[in-house]
Design a protein around this ligand. Structure first.
Ligand code: TRH
Length: 390
C-alpha cells in the first residue's frame, strides 16, 4: 500500500498558488508519496507546465495525479495526508468524508511564507473544526529551524552548482534564448514583477550607466511599463528594445524548471510574490524582491523581516544598500539612485547569497511535512510507492 496525499489548490490570481503547490507535489512524489493534486484552474497551471492538458478532468503528469477541482466534487476517499494550500477551503463533501473515517487524515493548511518571528510560535498549531471531529494544523514555511522550511528538490543545488560552474552550459543556455554569451563587463538581470512605479527610474539608471546591462523580462504584469519606457506598447516586444547601455529582451513564460535556470544564469534577479523569491534564494545570486502588495500595508513588515534575516552578517553599508533598493522597489521611490549603491556592493551580496542558500539547504519543507506525518502516526501502515492506489 502506498502513502498518499491530496493537495488542494485554488488559484486566486497570478501563479504563486499553483507554483508552490506544483513544486510541493513534485517534491513529495520524489519522496515516494503518491500525490493527487486538485486544481481549480488548469489553464494557469499549464503556463508553468506546458505538457499539461488544461481540458482534462484527470491525468497523470510527471508522476502526479492531476485532477480538475470542479463542482460538484466527486465522491472521493480522502488520503491520510490532506494539504489545503493557503486556506483554500476544502469541499464540504470531502470534509464530511474525512470526518467519517476511522482514523481521520492529518489535515494541514499550508500557509504563506514569512520571515516574521511570530511564525515560529504558530507553526504546527492545531485548530479544531467547529462542528466536525477534525483538526486542522497550520504549517508555516519559513527560514528558521522552528518553521516548516522551504521547498527544495533533493538534487536542485547540485544541478545549480553543476550549471553555474560550467561555462559551456551557460553559453548554451544564452544561445537557447538567442543571446550571445555576456561581454566581460556586462550585467545580465532578470526582471519578473508586478506593475511598479519604480521601474522607469531603474531602467533610466541602467541605460545611462557605465556598464552594459541586458535585462530579461518574462512577459507579464510589469511589461507594459517597460515597453512605455522605450516608447512602445507591449505588443511590440518581439524585437527587444535598446537605449544607451541597456538592452531589454522579453521572454515568453517558460516552464518552472527553465525559469529556475534563468535565475541561475543571471547576475541579479528581480523576483516577486513567494515562489520566485524562494527560487532566487536557491539561485545563490543577489536578488531584489517585490512582495505581493496587500491593501493594509502589512506586506512591508514581511519585507523587512526577510531583509533583517538576509541582511544580518553583512557590513552595515551593504545592508543599507540592500534595504534601500528593496524598499524603493516596493514603494515606488527612486530605484535608480538606490541601484547605484547596490551595484557597488554586488560582490558582498553575491557571497551572502551563496552562504544564505547553503545555510537553508538542510531544512526541506516536504521532508518536514513527512516528519510531521510520522510524528502524528499517520504513516504507520504505509510504505512509499509512486502510484496512487485509492
Ligand atoms: O505569480 P506570483 O505573483 O504569485 C503570487 C504570490 O505567490 C503571492 O504570495 C500570492 O498571494 C499571489 O500569487 C496570489 O509570484 P510567484 O509566487 O513567484 O509565482 C510565480 C510562479 O511562476 C513561480 O512558480 C515561478 C513560475 N514561473 C514560471 O514557471 N515560468 C516563468 O517564466 C516565470 C516568470 C515564472
Amino acid at each position: 500500500m502506498s502513502f498518499t496525499c491530496d493537495i488542494f489548490c485554488a488559484v486566486v490570481d497570478n501563479y504563486g498558488d499553483i507554483g508552490v503547490c506544483w513544486r510541493l507535489a513534485k517534491c513529495l512524489r520524489d519522496e515516494g508519496v503518491a500525490v493527487r493534486l486538485w486544481v481549480d484552474d488548469l489553464a494557469s497551471f499549464a503556463k508553468l507546465c506546458p505538457e499539461l492538458d488544461a481540458t482534462s478532468q484527470l491525468q497523470l503528469c510527471r508522476g502526479v495525479e492531476v485532477r480538475r477541482w470542479s463542482q460538484p466534487f466527486p465522491a472521493t476517499t480522502p488520503a491520510p495526508l490532506v494539504i489545503e494550500a493557503f486556506a483554500c477551503k476544502l469541499p464540504p463533501d470531502y470534509l464530511a468524508a474525512m470526518a467519517a473515517m476511522l482514523e481521520p487524515p492529518l489535515w494541514v493548511n499550508l500557509e504563506y511564507l514569512s520571515g516574521e518571528d511570530w511564525v515560529e510560535g504558530c507553526h504546527r498549531l492545531p485548530s479544531p473544526h467547529p462542528t466536525l471531529p477534525l483538526t486542522r494544523h497550520f504549517f508555516f514555511p519559513g527560514f528558521s529551524p522552528k518553521t516548516g522550511g522551504l521547498l527544495l528538490e533533493r538534487d536542485l543545488l547540485a544541478r545549480r552548482d553543476a550549471f553555474q560552474r560550467d561555462p559551456q552550459a551557460i553559453t548554451a543556455y544564452w544561445r537557447s534564448l538567442d543571446l550571445p554569451a555576456p561581454e566581460p563587463d556586462e550585467l545580465r538581470v532578470s526582471l519578473f514583477g508586478y506593475e511598479n512605479a519604480a521601474v522607469s527610474g531603474l531602467l533610466r539608471e541602467w541605460s545611462e550607466g557605465a556598464r552594459a546591462v541586458t535585462c530579461l523580462v518574462p512577459e507579464g504584469r510589469i511589461l507594459p511599463q517597460v515597453a512605455e519606457f522605450f516608447g512602445f506598447d507591449e505588443g511590440a516586444a518581439d524585437a527587444g528594445w535598446r537605449r544607451g547601455n541597456l538592452r531589454v529582451r522579453v521572454l515568453p513564460f517558460v516552464e518552472q524548471e527553465r525559469y529556475d535556470t534563468l535565475l541561475w544564469a543571471c547576475d541579479v534577479n528581480f523576483v516577486r510574490g513567494e515562489d520566485s523569491c524562494v527560487r532566487a534564494q536557491w539561485a545563490a545570486r543577489p536578488f531584489v524582491w517585490q512582495i505581493y502588495p496587500q491593501h493594509d500595508g502589512v506586506h512591508l513588515d514581511k519585507l523587512r523581516a526577510l531583509l533583517a534575516r538576509y541582511g544580518a552578517g553583512m557590513p552595515s553599508v551593504a545592508t543599507a544598500a540592500l534595504s534601500d533598493l528593496w524598499l524603493a522597489w516596493n514603494t515606488g521611490a527612486d530605484a535608480g539612485a538606490a541601484w547605484e549603491a547596490f551595484e557597488v556592493q554586488r560582490a558582498v551580496f553575491r557571497s551572502r547569497a551563496e552562504a544564505w542558500s547553503a545555510s537553508l539547504a538542510g531544512h526541506s519543507l516536504a521532508l518536514n511535512l513527512l516528519d510531521f506525518c510520522r510524528e502524528t502516526g499517520r504513516m504507520r501502515a504505509f510504505e512509499f510507492s509512486s502510484s496512487f492506489t485509492s
